[in-house]
Write a protein that binds this ligand. Structure first.
Ligand code: ZN
Length: 300
């Protein structure tokens, strides 16, 4: 069985075919046009291209995107990444266009499923997966299933209160984890330490070169992340935690500080300390694998 999986991001629409063995095609990426008509055309052309490239006819289509969604009407609601698709029944549109069933998922929740199927936490039945990037997304896997809660929105762990700060979160509140841990927060720490990188690549470069200022910044960031995980552990008490998204590249640099803070916070409650905290091996693929997994028979 082969399915066409797409990840609808703010800048690009990425996708590939994935088989039930985990085999996959090359990743195709197209710039997302800002209009609904343009996006519809791009979706149709990218799915057609991926279908032609697949070893056999594709059996279904899987879409992952940020934000809450209406599973029944197969549409996204109030997304931050793809506003032109909000409330448009994109699932029905693609189903009619290709005569194929369409499954949709929140991207962070799809990423969590991808990590336990083919990623860094392969084989885990329970997991917390944090997607750190422009925002802080989250997915929780319980007994091999995505945990969505009664409102089907899943956990929004990026909006857990982490402490007062001056940044207003996109949700309208202050102090959300997202404002402490996203791209902007990390970049700000680097700047405050006196290291002025242009972007994430330069930050990694400064760390690799042993720049003390960069290491000061990453120490603070790692401790923040450790503090955050300690809050989540009190709720979930899960052994397997994965950091995905663009900032997963920083986990190897701040791993020591994450554990330092985590153990300090949970020293009297050792039973909440997770077994492992890993970085995604391939954050670009997590959500796509998760969408493919949605089509596969579940483990009993
Ligand atoms: Zn928030």
């Amino acid at each position: 069985m082969y399915v066409c999986c797409l990840d609808l991001g703010g800048t690009n629409i990425r996708g590939t075919w994935i088989g039930n063995s985990g085999a996959r095609g090359v990743l195709t990426s197209v710039t997302r046009p800002p209009s609904l008509e343009g996006t519809k055309q791009v979706l149709v052309s990218i799915i057609r291209r991926i279908g032609q490239d697949a070893p056999e006819d594709i059996s279904g289509i899987g879409l992952a995107s940020a934000g809450p969604l209406d599973y029944l009407d197969k549409r996204y609601l109030a997304t931050t990444n793809t506003p032109e698709l909000d409330y448009f029944q994109v699932g029905d549109f693609l189903q009619a266009e290709f005569n194929l069933p369409v499954l949709m998922e929140n991207d962070a929740q799809a990423a969590a499923m991808g990590e336990v199927w083919q990623g860094s936490l392969a084989g885990s039945s329970n997991a917390v997966v944090l997607t750190l990037g422009t925002g802080v997304g989250s997915g929780v896997i319980l007994n091999d299933h995505i945990w969505r809660g009664d409102h089907l929105t899943g956990p929004e762990l990026g909006h857990v209160f982490m402490g007062e700060n001056r940044k207003l979160c996109g949700c309208g509140q202050y102090g959300c984890a997202e404002t402490w841990l996203n791209n902007e927060a990390l970049l700000e720490l680097f700047k405050e330490s006196g290291c002025i990188p242009d972007g994430l690549r330069e930050m990694v470069f400064s760390l690799e070169n042993g720049d003390d200022k960069a290491w000061d910044a990453i120490e603070t960031y790692g401790k923040r992340l450790g503090f955050y995980i300690s809050i989540l552990q009190v709720v979930f008490g899960i052994d397997n935690i994965c950091v995905s998204g663009g900032l997963s590249a920083f986990v190897p640099y701040c791993r020591h500080y994450i554990w330092l803070k985590l153990k300090e916070r949970l020293q009297n409650r050792q039973f909440w300390i997770p077994e492992r905290i890993v970085a995604s091996a391939d954050p670009e693929m997590s959500a796509l694998y998760g969408m493919a997994r949605a089509w596969m028979p579940k483990r009993e």
